[in-house]
Design a protein around this ligand. Structure first.
Ligand SMILES: [Zn+2]
Length: 284
């Protein structure tokens, strides 16, 4: 299977679906990560911490947007190696992006045409009417690009149409255990990342410039992936909402659902000792 991810900022790929990507990389699947902005303005923690010090390091506080973006690119490359992302496509737009731009839609459509992924992972577009979130803008750009990639004509555009089979939205904040509790608004698909959670943490540790390393990486995984895990009945999970309906020949019942013992599973999935298993290395 070929997976494409499409997110606004460099670290989004890791926080949203890093554990899932590591599992697919282990299974031999190809992964290409498309990132729309250089992320130079978002989470400038390292720089902010420095300019709040009494005697700040001029080298750090004088960093230009290009230098900050360049540093983040190197952090992302290290994280991609940890997770098994085979290719990074950095479109390098400024992260002030507040609306969908035709030229960016065209760029993303071109990447879809080049890579012809089977599935795409993107942020859940929380409220497409309010463009205050660049994550939502990124996904609206992707959805427009998906449609454009479907209209490529080999004789006109020099390339054939691409029909991506499924899009998995990550980051839908609504956590419920069934399809009725919140009128259908929910994550409806979970990936058990218990086996790759250490690599997700290690990949987040690659982003000290935005304060994603160390304690914060463990906090995110414990709380966010831990809570998704509770709904999924496993230690740690990443949650998705499927864009398209699925067709089966028989009513689907997963191996996981068959194997669950609902009276005892909470004992197993509640064992969490991330700080012992993946200790923060201080002073490095
Ligand atoms: Zn982001």
């Amino acid at each position: 299977m070929k997976i494409m991810t499409c997110f606004a900022h460099p670290a989004d790929t890791v926080t949203n679906c890093g554990g899932t990507l590591a599992r697919h990389a282990d299974a031999g699947d190809e992964i290409v990560a498309v990132i729309l902005t250089h992320g130079g303005r978002i989470h400038p923690n390292k720089y902010a911490e420095e300019w709040r010090r009494e005697n700040p390091d001029d080298q750090i506080t004088a960093a230009s947007i290009l230098e900050i973006a360049e540093n983040k690119k190197r952090e992302l490359e290290r994280a991609a190696d940890v997770l098994g992302i085979g290719e990074l496509v950095l479109l390098d737009h400024d992260d002030t992006m507040a609306t969908v731009h035709e030229d960016v839609v065209e760029q993303v459509a071109e990447q879809i045409a080049i890579h012809a992924p089977d599935v795409i992972i993107a942020d859940y577009p929380q409220n497409p009417v309010v463009t205050l979130s660049s994550h939502t803008v990124a996904t609206m750009t992707l959805l427009a690009a998906l449609e454009r990639a479907q209209t490529f004509l080999r004789n006109v555009d020099g390339r054939a149409e691409v029909n991506v089979k499924q899009v998995f939205f990550s980051g839908n904040p609504v956590l419920v255990g069934d399809s009725l509790s919140a009128y259908g608004q929910r994550a409806d698909c979970y990936i058990d990342i218990t086996g790759t959670v250490g690599r997700k943490i290690a990949a987040m540790d690659c982003f000290p410039s935005q304060g994603y390393d160390g304690d914060f990486a463990r906090k995110v995984v414990e709380s966010n992936n831990g809570e998704h895990g509770r709904y999924a009945g496993v230690n740690f999970a990443e949650a998705y909402t499927r864009f398209r309906n699925e067709t089966h020949t028989l009513l689907p019942l997963t191996e996981h659902a068959r194997s669950q013992d609902y009276l005892t599973r909470h004992r197993d999935y509640s064992v969490i000792n991330l700080r012992e298993q993946f200790p923060v290395r201080r002073g490095e």
